[in-house]
Design a protein around this ligand. Sequence first.
Ligand SMILES: Cc1cc2nc3c(=O)[nH]c(=O)nc-3n(C[C@H](O)[C@H](O)[C@H](O)COP(=O)(O)O)c2cc1C
Length: 462
Amino acid sequence: MPCAGRCDDYIPILKGAQVLIGLAADNLQPKLSPLPVLNPGGIEECVLAEIRKPNRSNILGYRQTGGYDSLIRMLDLMRPSDVVQTVKDSQLTGRGGAGFPTGLKWETVGKESRQPKTVVCNADEGEPGCFKDRAILDHDPHVVIEGMLIAGYAAGATQGFIYLRYEYPETFGILSQAVDEAEEAGFLGDGILGSDFSFQIYIRRGAGAYICGEESSLLNSLEGKRPFPRNRPPYPVTHGYQDLPTIVNNVETLASVPPILRYGAGWYRGLGLNGHAGTKVISLSGDIQRPGNYEVPIGFSLSTLLYDWAGGPEIGRSIQAVTMAGISGGFLAGADLDITLDDPCIKAKGSYLGSGGIIVFDDRRNMVEVAESAMSFFAEESCGKCFPCRIGTQRLSERLSGQAPVQAAAEWRKEVEDISQTMRATSACGLGTAASLITESLVRYFSDQVDRHLSSIVPPDK
Ligand SMILES: Cc1cc2nc3c(=O)[nH]c(=O)nc-3n(C[C@H](O)[C@H](O)[C@H](O)COP(=O)(O)O)c2cc1C
């Protein structure tokens, strides 16, 4: 399905995006995503550590680089509770956006007795500015399968689904082949490697909408229903796929697990900086010289990533703002660019790390136009179930584009603040709450640009 909304605008496609998402300018046929480059800091990685090894995407290459060793060792030596404890000790948290502790999620599903239990790999990756899951799946599909198997064993689940973004057709082929290879090698199916653990994986193509990445909408979509978010509680851990206990984890979260079992919880924790645990893959795009996927320690300095690793903006330009969490974390700018990439630091600035997409805007960008582009994405993708999001995203788009009639600048500011606050407080899921961060951060950082925008739309005598 083609991308919804305006594919040639700031948010869907910025400089470098054609290369990043594998679309050559003269040939709009998608290709394989590029391999992440080795980080120039020589800092130890977890998720991307093996991805550049030759043939890693097929089972022979994967086995030659230690693949499925964690599974084999686990089936030999570990009880499900040992696996849960290791993942809890590692302090791994979800890499799909919400940052929920992974071990706790697995433990909760493990304690449920109703069967069958399910592991869902959330590979919907619809967030603008995020392209890390695609790179992992294209170049290292078996690590995700192995992560799902480990999750299944830990929680007593017998089936798994990979819910794959519709717009990743090549990835679908790669994953299908990997699942076939794993089945043939005896890593999937009944009585895996002679144990009493059985697990099947099915691949489902997503329904082509951003909301399908929200876990409860995803579960509805998997069940063939309209992808509206569910009311929670109950949560998927007790009432997930077909109302049964379900783990939903992001691709990167699952890809972190085989190395954690292999090298230990302490090793993973120690990869983080300043008391933070682990790493995060950041998808970096926009006005930056070397866009791409970079795995950084949690707690890493944003400016070291932007300037030392990714080359900074074009010569002669300066960085005006970045987005966080794709676009869901809104903007950071000015002195707030001096942060470390960990949630306590980013949340103190009113944003969050989320799924790790960062889009860079240099000093040429009109930030009101950027915000309008982001808001029109949210308006296009709002599922319409709850009216604060359905109507709020439309009303904010109209105010940002100048389409809404406005009598005075103060009135515009008041309305934008009211709508944003209402969306934040009352939207049914993270789409509506995230959209409000765009306008709130725009007004906070770019009051002068908002004034310029208003001076062009407010009648002169007001
Ligand atoms: C609108 C919206 C879209 C989302 N899209 C994704 C997505 O594409 N991939 C993903 O892993 N999580 C996405 N999430 C977060 C999921 O709801 C959920 O928190 C995550 O899949 C849980 O896995 P984790 O604990 O491993 O992060 C989205 C959330 C919202 C509100």
